[in-house]
Design a protein around this ligand. Structure first.
Ligand SMILES: *Cc1c(COP(=O)(O)O)cnc(C)c1O
Length: 465
């Protein structure tokens, strides 16, 4: 059989609503052309993020009902701890409400001003939490990762030579830990090879630097290793994941990704002293160490979800549906980050709209067109998100790339939804020459993409509020 089907049937459905073109035009104007300001019910296919947006299985909903809400030492906690130990193998497990809470606790315990934390590419909350301690977050991804059209099987790999150079340059004392993000979210959802994890681990061990894995998409990464790395084709994803984590000293995790849960996360480590300090920080802001800001029912849903994320049928469907979207639009000439990632397809908006210069926000223009065309919500990852207005001159600093991310929620959409997305993108592609840029009319000094207001540069102005 050639067709790879969704390995589930649907027990509960949530209606989605198709709006008319006129309605979408009005919604866009009301939202000042910022899709973060749209109401979710006005969106037909929501590809804003894969975080916390997954569909839970019947087993997870059953686990929700089994949830034990005892304050301390609940049965849910022991099931959660067992699942994390079985897969990740680390001795100490600390539950947190999200991945970023695990990051905050880890970096507050380990980093000091003047330190440098290397990573293949820091995710934005990871970078922010490193910088909050006064340390510097340094991205050391391989050069191939910075060229969208270039294909490489493990574009998330760290440049090991540059890691060695960094250690030689600033000294081991200023590097409290090294991190690897699997898959590399900010770099296009690209995987890291086992060979690379092994090499990074060897360099870290040689210098006594602890290695932590940002494990959010560990199951997708394990499956890419199975598909692409020699010697792993016959291995199971859980076995590959265990081999990877055995090369590290701990991990941070957002269960909103490969935990297939709607909330949750954890910090895990083999370092006894660190675990004691982290536990104290946990009690301060998250909660008692056997629940860490989560309800017992959340812990139970995550315990089930972590194992489901490693199911081979699920992973085949997951990676195939993302690749399917990427390849169908790329075949028609649409420029994307190659190859498609595990959780998302990234459109290269600068190449999509060569007539729109970066300061006229081509990524924002593409996000608007996808909603205008078909009610699809994507997210700009370019100058709107990463650029800044220089207060003195009013000029925009530009991002390195102008990308638009289509993140696929886990187990939520079927192939016909994806076919619809392909069709919509190709329709916008066909009329790409007629699309104009945007300018900011209002923006916050930080994290401006969430609340900014825009105006199209084709003469239509936004009615004043
Ligand atoms: C989502 C994410 C985080 C942060 O997790 P939250 O649960 O959103 O706090 C950290 N790192 C990576 C790679 C992520 O994708």
């Amino acid at each position: 059989m050639r067709t790879i089907i969704e390995p589930f049937k649907i027990k509960s459905v949530e209606p989605i609503r198709l709006t008319s073109a006129a309605q979408r035009e009005a919604k866009l104007r009301d939202a000042s052309y910022n899709v973060f300001l749209l109401a979710a019910e006005d969106v037909l296919i929501d590809l804003l993020t894969d975080s916390g947006t997954a569909a839970m299985s019947s087993e997870q909903w059953a686990a929700i009902m089994r949830g034990d809400e005892a304050y301390a030492g609940s049965r849910s906690w022991f099931r959660f701890e067992r699942a994390v130990r079985e897969i990740f193998g680390f001795r100490h497990v600390l539950p947190t409400h999200q991945g970023r809470a695990a990051e905050r606790i880890l970096f507050s315990a380990m980093c000091s001003p003047g330190d440098v934390v290397p990573n293949n590419t820091h995710f934005d909350t990871t970078r922010a939490n490193v910088e909050y301690t006064g340390a510097e977050a340094r991205d050391l991804v391989i050069d191939e990762a910075r060229v969208p059209s270039l294909r490489h099987p493990f574009k998330g790999n760290m440049n090991v030579a540059r890691l060695r150079e960094l250690i030689a340059e600033i000294g081991r004392e200023r590097i409290p830990l090294c991190m690897l993000t699997v898959t590399n979210n900010s770099g296009g959802g690209q995987p890291v090879s086992m060979t690379n994890v092994r090499e990074v681990s060897a360099v870290c061990r040689e210098h006594g630097i602890p290695l932590y894995i940002d494990a959010c998409r560990f199951a997708e990464n394990a499956y890419f290793i199975k598909l692409r790395e020699p010697g792993y084709a016959a291995r199971t994803p859980i076995d590959i994941a265990r081999e990877m984590f055995a090369l590290a000293d701990g991990c941070t995790m957002s269960a909103k990704k490969d935990g297939i849960a709607n909330i949750g996360g954890f910090l895990a480590t083999n370092d006894e002293a660190l675990s004691l300090e982290a536990r104290n920080l946990l009690i301060l802001t998250e909660g008692f160490p056997t629940y860490g800001g989560l309800a017992g029912r959340d812990l139970d849903a995550i315990a089930v979800g972590l194992h489901e994320a490693l199911d081979e049928d699920y992973l085949l469907y997951r990676i195939t549906s993302t690749t399917y979207l990427g390849e169908h639009i790329a075949e028609a000439g649409v420029p994307i980050v190659q190859p498609p990632g595990g959780h998302a397809v990234y459109l290269d908006a600068a190449a999509f709209f060569p007539q729109i210069p970066p300061h006229e926000l081509p990524g924002q223009a593409l996000v608007v067109e996808l909603y205008r065309e078909a009610g699809i919500r994507a997210v700009e990852i370019g100058t709107v998100m990463f650029g800044r207005r220089v207060p003195e001159t009013g000029e925009e600093t530009l991002a390195a790339m102008e990308l638009v991310r289509l993140a696929i929620p886990r187990r939520v959409y079927t192939q016909s939804h994806i076919d619809y997305v392909v069709e919509a993108i190709l329709n916008v592609w066909a009329r790409r020459q007629d699309v104009h840029g945007y300018r900011f009319v209002e923006q916050a000094p930080m994290l401006r993409h969430f609340t900014a207001r825009f105006e199209p540069l084709n003469g239509d102005s936004v009615p004043s509020r």
